[in-house]
Design a binder for this molecule. Structure first.
Ligand code: ATP
Ligand code: MG
Length: 506
């Protein structure tokens, strides 16, 4: 350094010696650029990532991009009132929502504010919507079943409390119906439910609320709604809002079921924000951290161990595929984060196989540990029987004469398929489900015509409920079928089969 430079530095130091930096000035910034729901703000030096910032006219924003000389903020309200040069204030709070039992029975927006016109929400405390997932030492493995009330799922792809099971399929394949059915089935089970709508049509959300009301399920459910017409940042935070609400109950030792409908739209909302914030675009134009977006959400579902209260949060994320392509970017991501998937097949759905759960492509990696013993006893061979059936069926298409054993296996498969059909939003109790699967296990199914399977099942369920409640109670005791119980059920089934056949021919 030569003399003259040193002089300049010394002179500058001298000049600024007495300047007192206003400590408050770091909490206030100025809008530098605004548009498309994004504002770039300068002058906020200590802002936190994810912090709420207040603009004039009571518009709030979320600080997402912390850059060297500016902060990228997504606005949670309209940007039309915000101008270049406007002042921006720090709030020193990362975004938070109210949590507590007051939420049950309510419909709220992504910020946790009520939108159902039923008055104020008296939530007990607030929580940040983003939180680090429970650590390994706080968890235990899945050991209690969470029944969905859907035969094909509870029998073959059982879900346990604390599990994350993905529902994946094309549009209009019954994804929402399965999740709703699972919520309806929690009635009286002491499970609190959360339905998070992300980028759904407002009419779909209204329909969901209507169905929940109709089936008396809204009392133990909260609906978090961010519809397609809302801003992308709101769609982006909605699942975290729902998750924070669920975590409160989980930490209090309660069981929670949360549905994210759907995470494909969540990823799209995040992509929109990221592109507007000028983050580098990666595969399919999604930002590089889109995997982390979903993993940090789904990792927050857990089964806590007794020391931490024993609560659980079971997640049913939904992903919409295009033309059944489960190897696209977002589907593969979420498949690898979750503990299994229910794959819904469009062709099967259209051919009347509803729910259209593809038994070959669907798995539950942890849930079988929590399946009831009785259900295991009667349904363990089901998956294999169905796989054989589908294989034989594709062969049988090409040959005219089929040997009797093959024909028998195919006929049997037809009947199982009939047995597994179930209407939308019709829950079946676990005891009756065991009775249905019992028909297959002990060969009664093959004594029926294909067209009689569904009517007989219905008839049998009615008869059991009307006259054999004692047997149902014995099943319910600890969900184990001992020899005596098996004999008693056989007796009833045989008698009812007789009376069904007589009634048929009368
Ligand atoms: P979207 O892609 O639009 O979200 P989705 O995959 O969530 O659709 P649903 O809305 O659950 O599908 O169902 C689509 C339609 O199929 C609805 O009209 C629903 O009533 C019907 N449906 C769903 N499941 C069944 C079922 N098991 N039996 C008969 N109808 C069903
Ligand atoms: Mg849907």
């Amino acid at each position: 350094m030569n003399n003259s430079t040193e002089n300049i530095i010394e002179r500058l130091k001298e000049q600024i010696k007495d300047v007192k930096f206003d400590t408050l000035s770091e909490d206030i910034g100025k809008v530098f650029k605004v548009g498309d729901g994004i504002a770039f703000v300068r002058g906020l030096n200590d802002v936190l990532s994810g912090e709420m910032l207040r603009f004039d006219h009571d518009v709030y924003g979320l600080a997402l991009n912390l850059e060297e000389n500016q902060v990228g903020v997504v606005l949670l309200g309209s940007d039309t009132s915000i101008k270049e040069g406007d002042t921006v204030y720090r709030t020193n709070h990362v975004i938070e929502v109210g949590v507590g039992d007051a939420l049950l029975g309510r419909v709220v927006n992504a910020l946790g504010q009520p939108i159902d016109g039923m008055g104020e929400l008296n939530t007990v405390s607030v929580r940040p919507i983003e939180r680090v997932a429970p650590g390994v030492m706080t968890r235990q493995s899945v050991n209690q079943p969470l029944h969905t009330g859907i035969k094909v799922i509870d029998a073959m792809i059982p879900i346990g409390k604390g599990q994350r099971e993905l529902i994946i399929g094309d549009r209009q394949t019954g994804k929402t119906s399965i999740a709703l059915n699972a919520i309806l089935n929690q009635k009286g089970q002491n499970v609190k439910c959360i339905y998070v709508a992300i980028g759904q049509k407002a009419s779909t959300v209204a329909m969901v609320v209507e169905k929940l009301k109709e089936h008396d399920a809204l009392d133990y459910t909260v609906v978090v709604s961010s519809t397609a017409s809302e801003l992308a940042p709101l769609q982006y935070i909605a699942p975290y809002t729902g998750c924070a609400m669920g975590e409160y109950w989980m930490d209090n030792g309660d069981d929670v079921l949360i549905v994210y409908d759907d995470l494909s739209k969540h990823a799209v909302a995040y992509r929109t924000i990221s592109l507007l914030l000028r983050r580098p675009a990666g595969r399919e134009a999604y930002p590089g951290d889109v995997f982390y977006l979903h993993s940090r959400l789904l990792e927050r579902s857990a089964k806590l161990n007794e020391k931490y209260g024993g609560g659980s949060m079971t997640a049913l994320p939904i992903i919409e595929t295009q033309a059944g392509d489960i190897s696209a970017y977002i589907p593969t991501n979420v498949i690898s984060i979750t503990d299994g998937q229910l794959f819904l097949n469009l062709d099967a759905f259209n051919s009347g196989m509803r729910p259209a759960v593809d038994s070959g492509m669907s798995v539950s990696r942890v849930g079988s540990a929590a399946q009831t013993k009785a259900m295991k006893q009667v349904s363990s061979s089901l998956k294999l029987e169905l796989a054989t059936y589908h294989e034989l069926l594709s062969f049988a298409q090409f040959s005219s004469d089929i040997d009797p054993t093959t024909q028998k296996a195919i006929d049997h498969g037809h009947r199982i398929t009939e047995l597994l059909k179930q209407g939308a939003l019709t829950k079946i109790s676990h005891e009756l489900m065991i009775i249905s699967m019992f028909l297959n296990k002990y060969g009664y199914l093959d004594q029926l015509n294909v067209k009689d399977v569904a009517p007989f099942e219905k008839f049998l369920h009615k008869r059991f409920e009307a006259s054999h409640q004692d047997i149902l109670d014995r099943i319910k005791e600890n969900y184990v079928l001992d020899d005596a119980l098996v004999e008693d059920i056989k007796q009833v089934v045989e008698n009812e089969l007789e009376s069904f056949k007589i009634a048929e021919h009368a």
